[in-house]
Design a protein around this ligand. Structure first.
Ligand code: GH3
Ligand code: MG
Length: 371
């Protein structure tokens, strides 16, 4: 059968798989996405561990602990969050590096759960940190992996150190653990909330980019054609009239060749602004190609459309670009009212195209109506 081609019709509507989506991401996107991910983990990790220092220290004071563990505690709580960030941010693949950091978090949490003798409150806080972070970062898969790593590392530590299990937390430890239980989920949610807001804004910008022409701001051809199809269907259904215009700049190649592409671009933007000024807000303007525009005038007669275009011709006759006063801009316009015989919106478009061809053939700088 035919291969599944990506085209204008299915690009925005197809359900791309995660694999396909990632295949479209460039290396730069992958890198910056990973860096953002590592950044999101940085603050909750540093703040959460800092809050944990006090309940863990209380537990260590209450138990005969070797001095080396104190050094490890300080290194873990105060150095590890910054080291983890450095490792991820300097890596060529921050996403993979931060995922390794999260697994290291899970192993370290297991070690410290064992060193407290699986004391309830600090252990609960550590397990909560591992669960929330891994679930938020990598879903159930990473969360289960994190839980297993924590469990295994705590069992191994218990075995190696011979520390007795003592789950009952004294009141001081309970009170010192409460801030962690409150602050960590709050911070984690806040950081992720901000990321969600940023994503939403990014999505909105992408949506605008996908329907607008970058240079002029009017609709691009793909989106404009979907609006034309809708208008065609609505007019058919409600027995309403509408007029279609195709507009092409005259001798635009000569403008480019004589004055350069920058002036050509300025001319395109200027013509767009004149169209916007002379037409109604409800008229739908699209950039159809290089120097070609198209306008859908819903509920508008052919005569009104021609009158509007006469206003555009008149304005352009006296308009000059600021840096090239010698250059005058002219357009040719093809007008096609919607008729009963048209069975498809493309026939409407074809009719406007023929009228435009007629205007070009008749000497340009004029408006012609479809026969
Ligand atoms: P005609 O009067 O028959 O329309 O002649 P023309 O020279 O305008 O011919 P045509 O409409 O085919 O030329 C379109 C030119 O527009 C070709 C291309 O080099 C130029 N063009 C397309 N897009 C852009 C653009 O974004 N900026 C500039 N400066 N030029 C563009
Ligand atoms: Mg042209």
């Amino acid at each position: 059968m035919f291969p599944n081609m990506m085209n204008d019709n299915n690009f925005y509507t197809s359900d791309a798989s995660d694999k396909e989506r990632h295949a479209h991401l460039s290396d730069v996107d992958h890198y910056s996405e990973g860096l953002q991910f590592a950044k999101r983990e940085r603050l909750p990790r540093a703040a959460g561990l800092a809050c944990l220092f006090f309940p863990l220290a209380t537990e260590m004071v209450s138990k005969p602990t070797a001095g080396g563990w104190w050094v490890l505690l300080v290194l873990w709580i105060f150095v590890w969050p910054h080291l983890a960030w450095q490792l991820a941010s300097r890596s060529s693949d921050p996403l993979a590096s931060e995922t390794h950091n999260l697994k290291a978090d899970a192993i370290l949490a297991g070690i410290w759960i064992a060193l407290t003798g699986v004391n309830l409150m600090p252990s609960l806080a550590l397990a909560m940190m591992v669960f929330i972070t891994t679930m938020g970062a990598g879903g159930p898969r990473l969360c289960i992996a994190g839980a297993i790593l924590t469990l295994v590392s705590s069992l191994v530590t218990l075995k190696l150190t011979g520390i007795a299990v003592d789950p009952v937390s004294p009141p001081l430890t309970i009170w010192l653990t409460v801030p962690v239980l409150l602050i960590y989920p709050l911070l984690f949610s806040w950081v992720n909330y901000r990321a969600a807001i940023r994503m939403e804004e990014h999505k909105r910008r992408l949506q605008v980019m996908s329907i607008r022409d970058g240079m002029t701001g009017v609709y691009n051809r793909r989106h404009w054609e979907t609006l034309l199809r809708d208008e065609f269907d609505n007019c058919r259904r409600h027995q309403r009239g509408a007029t279609l215009l195709l507009i092409d700049v005259d001798h635009f190649k000569t403008i480019n060749d004589t004055w350069g592409h920058d002036v050509g671009d300025e001319a395109i933007v200027a013509i767009t602004r004149h169209l916007q000024l002379c037409l109604r807000g409800s008229d739908i303007i699209g950039r159809f190609g290089g120097d070609e525009f198209a306008v859908i005038m819903g509920g508008t007669s052919c005569e009104s459309a021609i009158a509007a275009m006469t206003r555009v011709h008149d304005r352009l006759a006296t308009f000059r670009l600021p840096n090239t006063p010698q250059l005058s801009l002219h357009i040719s316009v093809g007008v096609a009212p919607l008729t009963e015989e048209m069975a498809h919106y493309r026939e409407w478009l074809k009719s406007a195209d023929l009228a435009l061809y007629k205007a070009k053939k008749a000497g340009r700088n004029r408006t012609e109506v479809a026969a």
